[in-house]
Ligand binder design. Structure first.
Ligand code: HEC
Ligand code: HEC
Length: 363
């Protein structure tokens, strides 16, 4: 099975579009788009060693037990954000977590469920890893470990953490985590909205949080991905409360032309390797319905050599000629592709619902 997929992929590699010219010099020099990496300005290479982004001071735990609708559990803030056993509000939503996913391994490896959530949905500043192929997850853990996968923005703190975790894990722990996350399907999580203006946001630990009030600003050439419910996501880590991705008007259609038709020779149809429904094929990861900020980061990191594993060499020539705006459009399109809802679930509850403003409880 695996061999025949590789034969297919390798055959595709010699397709003419992947032999395209090297990227334009000025585009090569384009800095990582700060919004995709959770910043509001580009890193200054002249500043010497990068200053890591300051971690936000977490709200104080006053010992109150927090609750969420649909969960029979209650947790304090300290329990919710415990790096070695964070709250699992909805254990019925996922299979039983292996130890490394539920509790990590003290002190080097924090629980995967802290950042990627027990159901693997993740957040824009990390990654949705549910439904990725088993082989792909193991491959990525190896690339983080071997220094073949870093972030183009050296200020991004959590990619450094991911590298440290991969280095500290045993083969068996990586396999247990890969089996677990690969066993779940990717289901709807992000609602994509084309717009000219976006709610004003502030950035906290790499995530854009809507400010209280109705203030808006032009979207510009950015994707702003923000929780549907700020308090549920940021404070309570509600693994059923999804995200809205605001994208510039026209980007989905532009992205479709690039992803599905190769943009008239600019790139190769993504469907050739990522499957007709863009939900992944063999060891190649799914792209449909996934976080567009995450996708832009990966496209930029791959194009600029910050991801350089053996499998990455299949992707690199495909996207060599894309500009950052092309990547934005492709990511908007991919994120807008529907994926089947979880069996028996009212999937809308993950992406719809009231657009709660930033609650005073989180200040
Ligand atoms: C502190 C937060 C954090 C924890 C804990 C964490 N990760 Fe990650 N993980 C990240 C970030 C951040 C990225 C994406 C990095 C980027 O975009 O540069 C990531 C990416 C990944 C990816 C790549 C996904 C893809 O589609 O390419 C995999 C696989 C992964 N993590 C697995 C794990 C496993 C398994 C664990 C538990 C052992 C874990 N992570 C724990 C933050 C975390
Ligand atoms: C020749 C086969 C091939 C084609 C065509 C292809 N990809 Fe990929 N893609 C891959 C492989 C293989 C990987 C895994 C790379 C790795 O392990 O680093 C990948 C990884 C990715 C990732 C990273 C996903 C993640 O979870 O980290 C993104 C994003 C991506 N591809 C987007 C695209 C887009 C957009 C297109 C079309 C413009 C495309 N790919 C076309 C083979 C391909």
């Amino acid at each position: 099975m695996r061999n025949c997929i590789w034969a297919l992929i390798l055959a595709m590699l010699v397709a003419p579009a992947t032999m395209a010219k090297p990227p334009q010099q000025e585009e090569k020099a384009a800095p990582p788009p700060p919004w995709a990496y959770g910043f509001d300005s580009v890193a200054d290479p002249a500043a010497g060693a990068p200053t890591p982004a300051p971690a936000a001071v977490p709200p104080r735990d006053d010992g109150t037990l927090k609750r969420l609708p649909g969960s029979t559990f209650s947790f304090t803030l300290t329990q919710i954000r415990d790096g070695y056993g964070p709250a699992d509000w909805y254990p019925g939503d996922h299979p039983q977590m292996p130890e490394i996913v539920a509790r990590g391994k003290k002190p080097e490896v924090r629980a995967c469920s802290l950042c990627h959530y027990p159901n693997g949905k993740g957040r824009p500043e990390n990654a949705g890893i549910a439904g990725l192929p088993y082989d792909y997850i193991l491959q990525e853990m190896a690339e983080f470990k071997n220094g073949e996968r870093v972030s183009a923005d050296p200020r991004k703190p959590n990619t450094h953490f991911m590298v440290d975790f991969a280095k500290a894990m045993t083969e068996d722990e990586a396999k247990a985590a890969a089996r677990y996350f690969a066993s779940m399907n990717w289901t709807p999580w992000i609602k994509v909205i084309e717009t000219e203006t976006v709610p004003k946001t502030r950035i906290q630990n790499g995530m854009f949080l809507r400010l209280e009030g109705d203030a808006t600003e032009p979207i510009g050439q950015r994707i702003i991905e923000t929780p549907v419910n700020v308090e549920a996501t940021e404070l309570l880590r509600d693994a059923r409360s999804g995200f809205i991705a605001y994208v510039p008007v026209g980007s989905i259609k532009k992205g479709e032309a690039l992803a599905m038709k190769g943009g008239a020779g600019k790139t190769t149809q993504c469907t050739i390797c990522h499957a007709a429904d863009l939900q992944g094929l063999g060891p190649v990861p799914g792209l449909a319905g996934r976080s567009p900020s995450f996708l832009v980061r990966q496209l930029y990191d791959i194009q600029h050599g910050y991801r350089s594993g053996i499998w990455t060499s299949l992707m690199k020539p495909v996207i060599a000629n894309l500009t950052t705006d092309d990547m934005l459009a492709i990511a908007a399109y991919l994120a807008s592709r529907s994926v089947p809802p979880a069996a028996g679930s009212t999937a809308e509850n993950s992406v719809a619902g009231p657009e709660a403003t930033f609650s005073s409880a989180n200040k």
